[in-house]
Design a binder for this molecule. Structure first.
Ligand SMILES: [Fe+2]
Ligand SMILES: [Fe+2]
Length: 450
Protein backbone atom coordinates (compact mmCIF):
# COMPACT_ATOMS: atom_id res chain seq x y z
CA UNK A 1 0.00 0.00 0.00
CA UNK A 2 1.40 3.40 -0.88
CA UNK A 3 0.51 6.78 0.53
CA UNK A 4 -1.88 9.02 -1.33
CA UNK A 5 0.06 11.31 -3.63
CA UNK A 6 3.43 9.66 -3.06
CA UNK A 7 5.35 6.49 -3.79
CA UNK A 8 6.33 5.85 -0.19
CA UNK A 9 4.99 2.65 1.35
CA UNK A 10 2.14 3.06 3.85
CA UNK A 11 2.63 0.58 6.70
CA UNK A 12 -0.73 1.07 8.41
CA UNK A 13 -1.84 -2.41 7.31
CA UNK A 14 1.06 -3.89 9.30
CA UNK A 15 -0.12 -2.04 12.42
CA UNK A 16 -3.66 -3.28 11.90
CA UNK A 17 -2.47 -6.87 11.46
CA UNK A 18 -0.56 -6.63 14.74
CA UNK A 19 -3.66 -5.28 16.47
CA UNK A 20 -5.66 -8.12 14.90
CA UNK A 21 -3.53 -10.63 16.81
CA UNK A 22 -5.24 -9.46 20.03
CA UNK A 23 -8.51 -7.96 18.84
CA UNK A 24 -10.18 -8.65 15.51
CA UNK A 25 -9.76 -6.12 12.70
CA UNK A 26 -12.36 -6.81 10.00
CA UNK A 27 -12.79 -5.37 6.51
CA UNK A 28 -16.22 -3.77 6.19
CA UNK A 29 -15.98 -3.46 2.42
CA UNK A 30 -14.36 -5.23 -0.49
CA UNK A 31 -10.91 -3.66 -0.44
CA UNK A 32 -9.79 -2.91 -3.98
CA UNK A 33 -6.72 -1.50 -5.62
CA UNK A 34 -6.74 1.44 -8.02
CA UNK A 35 -7.53 -0.79 -10.98
CA UNK A 36 -10.53 -2.30 -9.22
CA UNK A 37 -8.87 -5.63 -8.42
CA UNK A 38 -10.14 -7.23 -5.22
CA UNK A 39 -7.39 -7.36 -2.60
CA UNK A 40 -9.30 -8.35 0.54
CA UNK A 41 -12.90 -9.55 0.58
CA UNK A 42 -15.48 -7.84 2.81
CA UNK A 43 -15.76 -9.53 6.21
CA UNK A 44 -12.15 -10.82 6.30
CA UNK A 45 -9.66 -10.43 9.15
CA UNK A 46 -6.77 -8.04 8.45
CA UNK A 47 -4.15 -10.58 9.49
CA UNK A 48 -0.53 -10.84 8.39
CA UNK A 49 -1.31 -12.39 5.04
CA UNK A 50 -3.95 -9.76 4.26
CA UNK A 51 -1.54 -7.00 5.31
CA UNK A 52 1.17 -8.36 3.03
CA UNK A 53 -1.26 -8.30 0.10
CA UNK A 54 -2.43 -4.77 0.92
CA UNK A 55 1.16 -3.57 1.20
CA UNK A 56 1.80 -4.44 -2.44
CA UNK A 57 -1.03 -2.29 -3.82
CA UNK A 58 -2.23 1.25 -4.12
CA UNK A 59 -5.76 1.25 -2.69
CA UNK A 60 -8.68 3.06 -4.21
CA UNK A 61 -9.81 4.29 -0.75
CA UNK A 62 -7.88 4.86 2.49
CA UNK A 63 -7.61 1.59 4.43
CA UNK A 64 -8.86 3.06 7.71
CA UNK A 65 -12.24 3.81 6.14
CA UNK A 66 -12.69 0.15 5.18
CA UNK A 67 -12.00 -1.64 8.46
CA UNK A 68 -13.65 -1.98 11.87
CA UNK A 69 -11.95 -2.86 15.15
CA UNK A 70 -13.46 -5.21 17.69
CA UNK A 71 -11.96 -3.21 20.56
CA UNK A 72 -12.42 0.52 20.04
CA UNK A 73 -11.55 2.97 22.80
CA UNK A 74 -14.41 5.20 23.93
CA UNK A 75 -14.79 8.25 26.18
CA UNK A 76 -14.79 6.31 29.52
CA UNK A 77 -11.66 4.42 28.37
CA UNK A 78 -9.96 7.70 27.54
CA UNK A 79 -10.91 9.05 30.96
CA UNK A 80 -9.38 5.97 32.56
CA UNK A 81 -6.22 6.44 30.47
CA UNK A 82 -5.99 10.00 31.76
CA UNK A 83 -6.35 8.77 35.33
CA UNK A 84 -3.50 6.33 34.72
CA UNK A 85 -1.39 9.14 33.25
CA UNK A 86 -1.90 11.38 36.29
CA UNK A 87 -1.10 8.45 38.57
CA UNK A 88 2.14 7.83 36.68
CA UNK A 89 3.26 11.48 36.85
CA UNK A 90 2.65 12.89 40.35
CA UNK A 91 4.01 16.31 39.30
CA UNK A 92 1.48 16.49 36.47
CA UNK A 93 -1.20 15.42 38.93
CA UNK A 94 -0.19 18.14 41.41
CA UNK A 95 -0.38 20.74 38.66
CA UNK A 96 -3.76 19.37 37.58
CA UNK A 97 -5.15 19.64 41.12
CA UNK A 98 -3.85 23.20 41.24
CA UNK A 99 -5.51 24.37 38.01
CA UNK A 100 -8.51 22.01 38.04
CA UNK A 101 -9.49 21.88 41.70
CA UNK A 102 -12.81 20.23 40.82
CA UNK A 103 -10.87 17.38 39.17
CA UNK A 104 -12.62 17.71 35.82
CA UNK A 105 -10.69 17.84 32.57
CA UNK A 106 -13.49 19.52 30.66
CA UNK A 107 -11.90 19.34 27.19
CA UNK A 108 -12.31 15.56 27.34
CA UNK A 109 -15.99 16.11 26.63
CA UNK A 110 -15.07 16.92 23.01
CA UNK A 111 -13.96 13.32 22.60
CA UNK A 112 -17.63 12.31 22.45
CA UNK A 113 -17.70 13.86 18.98
CA UNK A 114 -14.57 12.18 17.60
CA UNK A 115 -15.10 10.51 14.24
CA UNK A 116 -14.93 6.66 14.34
CA UNK A 117 -11.73 6.75 12.28
CA UNK A 118 -10.22 9.12 14.86
CA UNK A 119 -11.07 6.59 17.59
CA UNK A 120 -9.60 3.84 15.44
CA UNK A 121 -6.28 5.69 15.13
CA UNK A 122 -6.24 6.38 18.85
CA UNK A 123 -6.95 2.71 19.58
CA UNK A 124 -4.21 1.49 17.24
CA UNK A 125 -1.80 4.05 18.69
CA UNK A 126 -2.49 2.82 22.20
CA UNK A 127 -2.01 -0.83 21.29
CA UNK A 128 0.94 -0.38 18.95
CA UNK A 129 2.83 2.65 20.23
CA UNK A 130 1.75 2.95 23.88
CA UNK A 131 4.47 5.46 24.71
CA UNK A 132 3.37 7.72 21.87
CA UNK A 133 -0.20 7.34 23.08
CA UNK A 134 0.75 8.40 26.60
CA UNK A 135 2.71 11.35 25.21
CA UNK A 136 -0.28 12.44 23.12
CA UNK A 137 -2.48 12.57 26.24
CA UNK A 138 0.22 14.38 28.22
CA UNK A 139 0.73 16.87 25.40
CA UNK A 140 -3.01 17.45 24.94
CA UNK A 141 -3.55 18.28 28.59
CA UNK A 142 -0.64 20.75 28.60
CA UNK A 143 -1.65 22.26 25.26
CA UNK A 144 -5.22 22.97 26.28
CA UNK A 145 -4.04 24.63 29.50
CA UNK A 146 -1.51 26.78 27.66
CA UNK A 147 -4.29 27.71 25.22
CA UNK A 148 -6.60 28.66 28.09
CA UNK A 149 -3.98 30.69 29.94
CA UNK A 150 -3.27 32.38 26.64
CA UNK A 151 -6.91 33.43 26.51
CA UNK A 152 -7.90 31.59 23.35
CA UNK A 153 -11.65 31.37 22.61
CA UNK A 154 -13.31 28.06 23.50
CA UNK A 155 -13.59 26.81 19.94
CA UNK A 156 -9.85 27.32 19.45
CA UNK A 157 -9.07 25.52 22.70
CA UNK A 158 -11.14 22.63 21.38
CA UNK A 159 -9.17 22.66 18.11
CA UNK A 160 -5.92 22.60 20.10
CA UNK A 161 -7.20 19.60 22.10
CA UNK A 162 -8.15 17.63 18.98
CA UNK A 163 -4.89 18.50 17.23
CA UNK A 164 -2.79 17.56 20.25
CA UNK A 165 -4.45 14.17 20.72
CA UNK A 166 -3.99 13.33 17.04
CA UNK A 167 -0.76 15.16 16.22
CA UNK A 168 1.41 12.05 15.79
CA UNK A 169 -1.12 9.70 14.14
CA UNK A 170 1.11 9.90 11.06
CA UNK A 171 3.65 7.71 12.90
CA UNK A 172 1.30 4.75 12.49
CA UNK A 173 1.87 4.84 8.74
CA UNK A 174 5.67 4.75 8.88
CA UNK A 175 7.75 1.60 8.82
CA UNK A 176 7.76 -0.02 12.28
CA UNK A 177 11.44 -0.87 11.75
CA UNK A 178 12.24 2.80 11.13
CA UNK A 179 10.46 3.89 14.34
CA UNK A 180 12.25 1.21 16.33
CA UNK A 181 15.65 2.63 15.34
CA UNK A 182 15.45 5.36 17.98
CA UNK A 183 17.99 8.14 17.64
CA UNK A 184 20.63 6.56 15.42
CA UNK A 185 19.13 7.63 12.09
CA UNK A 186 20.75 8.33 8.74
CA UNK A 187 19.72 11.62 7.03
CA UNK A 188 17.39 9.68 4.72
CA UNK A 189 15.76 7.91 7.66
CA UNK A 190 15.39 11.17 9.53
CA UNK A 191 13.66 12.59 6.49
CA UNK A 192 11.36 9.55 6.57
CA UNK A 193 10.36 10.24 10.18
CA UNK A 194 9.59 13.86 9.32
CA UNK A 195 6.94 12.63 6.92
CA UNK A 196 4.67 11.81 9.87
CA UNK A 197 3.68 15.49 9.90
CA UNK A 198 2.20 15.63 6.40
CA UNK A 199 0.69 12.16 6.71
CA UNK A 200 -1.08 13.20 9.92
CA UNK A 201 -2.26 16.44 8.37
CA UNK A 202 -3.75 14.66 5.32
CA UNK A 203 -5.41 12.09 7.53
CA UNK A 204 -7.11 14.64 9.79
CA UNK A 205 -8.13 16.76 6.82
CA UNK A 206 -10.23 13.87 5.53
CA UNK A 207 -12.10 13.41 8.83
CA UNK A 208 -15.43 15.17 9.36
CA UNK A 209 -15.53 17.15 12.60
CA UNK A 210 -11.85 18.06 12.70
CA UNK A 211 -11.67 21.88 12.57
CA UNK A 212 -9.38 23.33 9.87
CA UNK A 213 -7.41 25.04 12.64
CA UNK A 214 -6.59 21.63 14.15
CA UNK A 215 -5.41 20.37 10.75
CA UNK A 216 -3.15 23.38 10.38
CA UNK A 217 -1.82 23.02 13.93
CA UNK A 218 -0.82 19.41 13.20
CA UNK A 219 0.90 20.51 9.98
CA UNK A 220 2.96 23.04 11.96
CA UNK A 221 3.69 21.15 15.17
CA UNK A 222 7.40 20.74 14.36
CA UNK A 223 7.84 24.21 12.81
CA UNK A 224 9.69 26.81 14.88
CA UNK A 225 9.52 30.61 14.88
CA UNK A 226 13.15 31.05 13.85
CA UNK A 227 12.70 28.88 10.77
CA UNK A 228 14.64 25.93 12.20
CA UNK A 229 11.69 23.52 12.28
CA UNK A 230 10.40 20.98 9.78
CA UNK A 231 9.02 19.90 7.36
CA UNK A 232 8.90 23.31 5.66
CA UNK A 233 11.17 25.52 7.78
CA UNK A 234 8.43 28.18 7.99
CA UNK A 235 9.00 31.41 9.87
CA UNK A 236 7.07 33.16 12.61
CA UNK A 237 4.90 35.27 10.30
CA UNK A 238 3.65 32.12 8.52
CA UNK A 239 2.75 30.14 11.65
CA UNK A 240 -0.55 29.93 13.51
CA UNK A 241 -0.91 30.33 17.25
CA UNK A 242 -2.64 26.96 17.75
CA UNK A 243 0.26 25.16 16.03
CA UNK A 244 2.82 26.89 18.21
CA UNK A 245 0.87 26.10 21.37
CA UNK A 246 0.91 22.47 20.28
CA UNK A 247 4.63 22.72 19.49
CA UNK A 248 5.30 24.15 22.96
CA UNK A 249 3.26 21.47 24.74
CA UNK A 250 4.97 18.76 22.70
CA UNK A 251 8.40 20.14 23.67
CA UNK A 252 7.53 20.34 27.37
CA UNK A 253 6.14 16.82 27.29
CA UNK A 254 9.23 15.52 25.47
CA UNK A 255 11.62 17.06 28.00
CA UNK A 256 9.60 15.78 30.95
CA UNK A 257 9.00 12.28 29.59
CA UNK A 258 12.00 11.51 27.34
CA UNK A 259 14.79 13.45 28.98
CA UNK A 260 13.81 13.36 32.65
CA UNK A 261 12.20 9.93 32.65
CA UNK A 262 12.28 8.63 36.21
CA UNK A 263 15.22 10.84 37.23
CA UNK A 264 13.24 12.60 39.95
CA UNK A 265 13.10 15.81 37.90
CA UNK A 266 9.67 17.27 37.41
CA UNK A 267 7.70 19.67 35.22
CA UNK A 268 9.09 22.60 37.23
CA UNK A 269 12.58 21.65 36.01
CA UNK A 270 11.49 22.19 32.42
CA UNK A 271 11.66 25.96 32.95
CA UNK A 272 15.42 26.36 32.40
CA UNK A 273 15.03 24.49 29.10
CA UNK A 274 12.36 26.90 27.96
CA UNK A 275 14.43 29.88 29.00
CA UNK A 276 17.04 28.75 26.48
CA UNK A 277 14.45 28.35 23.77
CA UNK A 278 12.75 31.75 23.82
CA UNK A 279 13.67 32.36 20.17
CA UNK A 280 12.00 29.24 18.89
CA UNK A 281 8.47 29.86 20.18
CA UNK A 282 5.95 32.70 20.01
CA UNK A 283 6.71 35.01 22.90
CA UNK A 284 3.10 34.97 24.09
CA UNK A 285 3.07 31.16 24.04
CA UNK A 286 6.33 31.12 25.97
CA UNK A 287 4.81 33.38 28.62
CA UNK A 288 1.65 31.28 28.93
CA UNK A 289 3.73 28.10 29.23
CA UNK A 290 5.98 29.64 31.86
CA UNK A 291 2.91 30.79 33.79
CA UNK A 292 1.64 27.21 33.82
CA UNK A 293 5.00 25.73 34.84
CA UNK A 294 5.43 28.31 37.58
CA UNK A 295 2.38 26.81 39.23
CA UNK A 296 4.14 23.47 39.06
CA UNK A 297 7.18 25.05 40.69
CA UNK A 298 5.08 26.19 43.65
CA UNK A 299 4.52 22.53 44.40
CA UNK A 300 8.08 21.46 44.03
CA UNK A 301 9.81 20.37 47.19
CA UNK A 302 12.84 18.58 45.81
CA UNK A 303 15.67 18.27 48.33
CA UNK A 304 19.31 17.79 47.42
CA UNK A 305 21.51 15.68 49.68
CA UNK A 306 25.27 16.14 50.12
CA UNK A 307 26.04 13.42 47.59
CA UNK A 308 23.99 15.11 44.89
CA UNK A 309 25.45 18.52 45.65
CA UNK A 310 28.98 17.07 45.58
CA UNK A 311 28.23 15.52 42.22
CA UNK A 312 26.97 18.82 40.81
CA UNK A 313 30.07 20.64 42.08
CA UNK A 314 32.33 18.08 40.44
CA UNK A 315 30.54 17.71 37.09
CA UNK A 316 29.46 21.27 36.32
CA UNK A 317 32.94 22.73 35.76
CA UNK A 318 33.66 19.82 33.38
CA UNK A 319 30.54 20.65 31.44
CA UNK A 320 31.36 24.38 31.38
CA UNK A 321 34.77 23.60 29.92
CA UNK A 322 33.21 21.29 27.36
CA UNK A 323 30.81 24.00 26.28
CA UNK A 324 33.59 26.56 25.95
CA UNK A 325 35.49 24.24 23.62
CA UNK A 326 32.40 23.42 21.62
CA UNK A 327 31.45 27.08 21.36
CA UNK A 328 34.80 27.84 19.74
CA UNK A 329 34.19 25.19 17.07
CA UNK A 330 30.69 26.54 16.53
CA UNK A 331 32.11 30.05 16.04
CA UNK A 332 34.35 28.75 13.27
CA UNK A 333 31.40 27.07 11.58
CA UNK A 334 29.42 30.31 11.76
CA UNK A 335 32.30 32.39 10.42
CA UNK A 336 32.50 30.02 7.49
CA UNK A 337 28.77 30.05 6.71
CA UNK A 338 28.17 33.73 7.42
CA UNK A 339 31.04 34.57 5.05
CA UNK A 340 29.17 33.00 2.13
CA UNK A 341 26.75 35.51 0.51
CA UNK A 342 24.21 32.82 -0.36
CA UNK A 343 24.80 29.63 1.60
CA UNK A 344 21.93 27.89 -0.30
CA UNK A 345 21.99 24.24 0.83
CA UNK A 346 23.47 25.29 4.16
CA UNK A 347 20.91 27.95 5.03
CA UNK A 348 19.15 25.65 7.46
CA UNK A 349 22.41 24.68 9.13
CA UNK A 350 23.31 28.36 9.42
CA UNK A 351 19.99 29.14 11.14
CA UNK A 352 20.30 26.28 13.59
CA UNK A 353 23.93 27.20 14.34
CA UNK A 354 22.91 30.81 14.99
CA UNK A 355 20.18 29.61 17.31
CA UNK A 356 22.55 27.39 19.27
CA UNK A 357 25.01 30.27 19.60
CA UNK A 358 22.24 32.45 21.09
CA UNK A 359 21.28 29.67 23.46
CA UNK A 360 24.84 29.23 24.68
CA UNK A 361 25.09 32.97 25.30
CA UNK A 362 21.73 32.98 27.07
CA UNK A 363 22.73 30.10 29.36
CA UNK A 364 25.96 31.83 30.35
CA UNK A 365 27.54 28.44 30.95
CA UNK A 366 30.45 29.06 28.63
CA UNK A 367 31.36 32.30 30.41
CA UNK A 368 34.48 32.21 32.53
CA UNK A 369 32.83 33.93 35.52
CA UNK A 370 30.05 31.32 35.76
CA UNK A 371 32.61 28.53 35.77
CA UNK A 372 34.67 30.45 38.34
CA UNK A 373 31.60 30.92 40.55
CA UNK A 374 30.86 27.19 40.48
CA UNK A 375 34.47 26.31 41.15
CA UNK A 376 34.50 28.65 44.13
CA UNK A 377 31.62 26.86 45.82
CA UNK A 378 31.98 24.06 48.34
CA UNK A 379 29.69 21.61 50.09
CA UNK A 380 29.57 23.95 53.09
CA UNK A 381 28.52 27.04 51.12
CA UNK A 382 25.79 25.45 48.98
CA UNK A 383 22.29 25.68 50.46
CA UNK A 384 19.14 24.18 48.92
CA UNK A 385 18.42 27.34 46.91
CA UNK A 386 21.91 27.33 45.38
CA UNK A 387 21.66 23.60 44.76
CA UNK A 388 18.53 24.21 42.72
CA UNK A 389 20.35 26.90 40.70
CA UNK A 390 23.21 24.49 40.07
CA UNK A 391 20.77 21.81 38.99
CA UNK A 392 19.17 24.29 36.58
CA UNK A 393 22.61 24.99 35.09
CA UNK A 394 23.19 21.28 34.71
CA UNK A 395 19.87 20.93 32.91
CA UNK A 396 20.79 23.78 30.58
CA UNK A 397 24.09 22.04 29.81
CA UNK A 398 22.21 18.85 28.96
CA UNK A 399 19.85 20.78 26.71
CA UNK A 400 22.75 22.52 24.94
CA UNK A 401 24.41 19.15 24.42
CA UNK A 402 21.19 17.93 22.81
CA UNK A 403 21.01 21.05 20.66
CA UNK A 404 24.54 20.51 19.41
CA UNK A 405 23.75 16.90 18.59
CA UNK A 406 20.73 18.13 16.65
CA UNK A 407 22.94 20.70 14.90
CA UNK A 408 25.28 17.94 13.72
CA UNK A 409 22.29 15.96 12.48
CA UNK A 410 20.96 18.96 10.53
CA UNK A 411 24.44 19.60 9.17
CA UNK A 412 24.81 16.04 7.99
CA UNK A 413 21.50 16.10 6.22
CA UNK A 414 22.47 19.41 4.53
CA UNK A 415 25.75 17.84 3.44
CA UNK A 416 23.97 14.80 2.05
CA UNK A 417 21.67 17.00 -0.02
CA UNK A 418 24.18 19.68 -1.01
CA UNK A 419 25.19 19.92 -4.62
CA UNK A 420 28.89 20.53 -4.75
CA UNK A 421 28.85 22.59 -7.97
CA UNK A 422 31.30 25.44 -7.40
CA UNK A 423 31.09 25.02 -3.61
CA UNK A 424 33.35 21.99 -3.18
CA UNK A 425 35.52 23.86 -0.78
CA UNK A 426 32.60 24.75 1.50
CA UNK A 427 31.36 21.18 1.51
CA UNK A 428 34.77 19.97 2.59
CA UNK A 429 35.25 22.51 5.37
CA UNK A 430 31.71 22.18 6.73
CA UNK A 431 32.17 18.40 6.78
CA UNK A 432 35.43 18.82 8.66
CA UNK A 433 33.96 21.09 11.34
CA UNK A 434 30.96 18.78 11.79
CA UNK A 435 33.48 15.99 12.35
CA UNK A 436 35.09 18.04 15.11
CA UNK A 437 31.71 18.59 16.75
CA UNK A 438 31.01 14.87 16.56
CA UNK A 439 34.32 14.33 18.35
CA UNK A 440 33.25 16.72 21.12
CA UNK A 441 29.93 14.88 21.48
CA UNK A 442 31.78 11.60 21.86
CA UNK A 443 34.01 13.18 24.50
CA UNK A 444 30.92 14.32 26.45
CA UNK A 445 29.58 10.78 26.36
CA UNK A 446 32.89 9.46 27.71
CA UNK A 447 33.08 12.07 30.45
CA UNK A 448 29.53 11.62 31.65
CA UNK A 449 29.17 7.93 30.97
CA UNK A 450 26.62 8.54 28.22
FE1 LIG B 1 5.43 14.91 15.82
FE1 LIG C 1 4.76 14.49 19.42
Amino acid sequence: MTMAGSDATDFYAVRLARVDAGCPVISIDDIQNERGTLIVRKGSRIDRQAAERILRHRLVRPLEEQVALGCMLDVPDLEACYQALFAAYPDLDALRRHVEPDGVYSELAHAARFHPVFWQKLTVLRRQLPREFEKALFCAWLATWIARLHGLPRSDVEAVFIAAIGHDFGMLHLSPALLAKGDALTPAEWHGIQRHVDIGRDLLRRLPGVPPLAVRAVAEHHERCDGTGYPRGLEEKDLCLAGQILAMADSIQAIRVNQFGGSGRTLANVMPFLQLNTYTHFESVYRAAMALLKRAKDHESRKFDAGQIGHLLKRLPVRCRWLRGTERILERLLEMLEGVPDPRDYRRLLRVAQRVRKMITQAGLAQADVAAWVEGLSLETVDQETARDLDDLKLMAIELHWQIRNLVRVGESCLAKAESGGMDHLKGTVGFVLGELRGELARWDEETGG
